[in-house]
Structure formats: structure tokens, C-alpha cells
Design a protein around this ligand. Structure first.
Ligand code: F6P
Length: 366
């Protein structure tokens, strides 16, 4: 009998449909090996750093059937980067401290042979830093925003687009019935993927994305032309990171310990801009928010997440550390964590996707 080896799995950053399917994929693949035991750290690395530690064994009972569930059975946080860990001081202020050495020591002391970190860009930057400190780590990319350049798609994205499209379809009926301009705001941070795919799937007249700054006057013209043509309603999809020409995004300071500003509210900003620019149509705004990240993953995301989980465990078994699994040319492969974190994946305004959307009559306000 080979020596028993232990792998620690964690989910970091925002939750995302498909995380549980990855966890199950890892656990199922590991079980085929007989000598691998799979454990989960609760709430990203906090399960290791906190006292008492919170680490659970991922038995078949714990992972059975979880691939259909949204969220993560391991819980998550985007406020505990071990390299800049937010520690509350006695006077109530927060001080960021580097706890990465302590983390690596604790993981080693617990006897783990490898770690699988399921998370987005921030999490994979942490994976890279920990790998440089000698930790045997493998990354699995996740984000509904689809903004990681090293993989052709991330799981969660398709589910978010499906939810946004279903919501869009519901808003169309009100737009038609009331002759309104209905603005729907979707997530995506600095990338317009969710907005663009939803606009095409739903049949929007206007799609505003962070990669293409919009001209409010052009939008008013487009809306007027449609009303004059007798269509009598307009549906708009706007990404939370979209901004007007010479304008700024709508952002609030992130919560303490969080590295990101919080986006959201552009639908209301756009509504005001349109009215100020002379749009006389009745306008209503809908901000989809976390609905897009909730609930059960689509079949596509369950498949992609399951394949990522199996592949991540295979990398661990073969001792291929410092890598992130990825989808490339319709097959599951891997890239170095260096490559994984080098650049973001933004919508290219000269791409065929944008050209085709324009061909469908969608205005980007440019
Ligand atoms: O990155 C995923 C995402 O859902 C973004 O689209 C959104 O801007 C952000 O996370 C929201 O984060 P939080 O859940 O911390 O409010």
C-alpha cells in the first residue's frame, strides 16, 4: 500500500455556479487513486489560518450530488488575502499583514502534500505567490465575469448569461406593453462579456460595455429613431463597469479588507443621462446583482467545472504544481500560474463578436 497523501481544497473570492462541481470532480478523481485523501479548508485560507482551524474531510457522503448546487460547500471570502491579511487592531482600525509564511508553515504542519485553490484572478495571484514560497499548489479558474485570459471560458459565465437572458426576456414584455425604455444592469466588473452575450441572446437594441465608452447623444438618437419607426420600446443591457465618453464608472469603496471597489448603479446613472440629454420616453431600471451568481449551474457549467476538477486532481497526482487548469481549443489543459495571471480577458471592440452584434442592429453608443 502506497503512503497516504493529502490534498487540501479551498474556494476563494466571490461564489460562482459550478464551484461544488469542481470540488466533487476533485474528490471523485482522488478516490480512484486509493492513496489520496481530500480535505477542504472552510472560507478560503481562513480554515487554516484561524484558530481553531476549520478543515473537513471531503468524504463521498459530503460531496455526493453537490454538482447541481450553487454556492460552495466550503464557504468563501474575498477579504482574507494571506499576503495582505486584514487584521483588526485594538483601536478598531484594520492593518494589512503578510501571513503567507505562516500559512505555508501551517499547511505543511498539517501534513498536506498539495493544495488546490479554486478562484478568480485574485486567488490565482495568491496561488502564484504561495507556489514561489514552495507550496505545491494547483489553481482552478472561476468567475462569472469570464475575464481570465489563459482559459477560453470560466465556469459560471454561461449560468450568469442564462440568468441574465431569462431576466431580459421578462423585461421585454414590460417594455413592449408600456412603450418603455428598460435598462438592465448586469455584472462583469471591467469586462463586458455577460452584457454582450445577453444582449445578443435577448435581442437588445443597446448594449453598453466597459470596453466601449458610450456617447449619450448617440443613444438618445437611437432611441428616438426606434420610437419614430413605430417600434415603441427599447431594451438596454448595461455592464456594471460601463462608462460614458469623458465620464467615470460608478464605484463605491470596497469593504475593509477587500481589494476591489464595488461596482453597481450604472443603470440609474444612464437613466439620468438619457433624460438630461432629452430622452422623453419613460425609463425603468433593473439591477440584476447577485441573482446572476445564484442557484444551480447550467449543464455546460457543470460539465466544465467537473472536467476542471478532475484535471486539477490529475495535476496533483502527477506532481505538476504551479499550474492552473484551462480550457483551450475545446480540450482541458493547463497553463503556468505565471501565464494564468499575466493579463485579463476583455472584449475586443474590433472582434467579430462585436461586429456581429452591430450587424444585428445592437448599438454600443460609439
Ligand atoms: O467577480 C464576480 C462579481 O460578481 C463581479 O461581477 C461583481 O462586480 C463582484 O463580483 C461583486 O462582488 P461582491 O459579491 O463582493 O459584491
Amino acid at each position: 500500500m502506497n503512503k497516504v497523501k493529502k490534498v487540501l481544497v479551498l474556494t476563494g473570492g466571490g461564489d460562482c455556479p459550478g464551484l461544488n462541481a469542481v470540488i466533487r470532480g476533485i474528490a471523485k478523481r482522488a478516490r480512484k487513486e486509493k492513496n489520496w485523501e481530500v480535505y477542504g479548508s472552510i472560507e478560503a485560507f481562513n480554515g487554516v489560518l484561524n484558530e481553531p482551524q476549520q478543515i473537513i474531510r471531503l468524504t463521498s457522503k459530503k460531496t455526493a450530488g453537490i454538482h447541481v448546487k450553487g454556492g460552495t460547500i466550503l464557504k468563501t471570502t474575498n477579504k482574507s488575502n494571506p499576503l495582505k491579511f486584514p487584521l483588526r487592531q485594538k483601536n478598531g482600525t484594520i492593518k494589512e499583514v503578510d501571513r503567507s509564511d505562516e500559512l505555508v508553515e501551517k499547511i505543511n504542519a498539517l501534513g498536506f502534500d498539495a493544495v488546490i485553490n479554486i478562484g478568480g484572478d485574485g486567488s490565482q495571484k495568491i496561488s502564484k505567490a504561495l507556489h514561489q514560497k514552495g507550496l505545491n499548489i494547483v489553481g482552478v479558474p472561476k468567475t462569472i465575469d469570464n475575464d481570465l485570459s489563459a482559459t477560453e471560458m470560466t465556469f459560471g459565465f454561461q449560468t450568469a448569461v442564462q440568468i441574465a437572458t431569462d431576466s431580459f426576456d421578462k423585461l421585454v414584455t414590460t417594455a413592449e406593453s408600456h412603450h418603455r425604455v428598460m435598462i438592465m444592469e448586469v455584472m462583469g466588473r471591467d469586462a463586458g462579456w455577460i452584457a454582450l452575450h445577453t444582449a445578443i441572446a435577448g435581442g437588445a437594441e443597446i448594449c453598453l460595455i466597459p470596453e466601449i465608452a458610450y456617447d449619450v447623444q448617440k443613444l438618445v438618437k437611437r432611441i428616438d429613431a426606434r420610437y419614430k419607426a413605430g417600434k415603441g420600446f427599447v431594451n438596454v443591457v448595461i455592464a456594471e463597469g460601463a462608462k460614458p465618453k469623458d465620464g467615470t464608472i460608478v464605484a463605491r469603496a470596497g469593504e475593509q479588507g477587500s481589494e476591489h471597489v464595488r461596482l453597481g448603479g450604472v443603470a440609474f446613472q444612464l437613466s439620468k443621462q438619457l433624460k438630461d440629454a432629452g430622452c422623453t420616453a419613460e425609463i425603468r431600471e433593473t439591477v440584476l446583482g447577485h441573482i446572476q451568481r445564484g442557484g444551480t449551474p447550467t449543464a455546460f457549467d457543470r460539465v466544465l467545472a467537473s472536467l476542471f476538477g478532475v484535471k486539477a486532481m490529475e495535476l496533483v497526482i502527477h506532481g505538476e504544481f504551479g499550474k492552473m487548469v484551462a480550457l483551450k481549443n475545446n480540450s482541458i489543459t493547463y497553463v503556468s500560474l505565471e501565464e494564468a495571471t499575466r493579463e485579463y480577458n476583455f472584449v475586443n471592440k474590433d472582434s467579430y463578436l462585436v461586429k456581429a452584434a452591430k450587424g444585428l442592429g445592437i448599438s454600443f453608443g460609439d
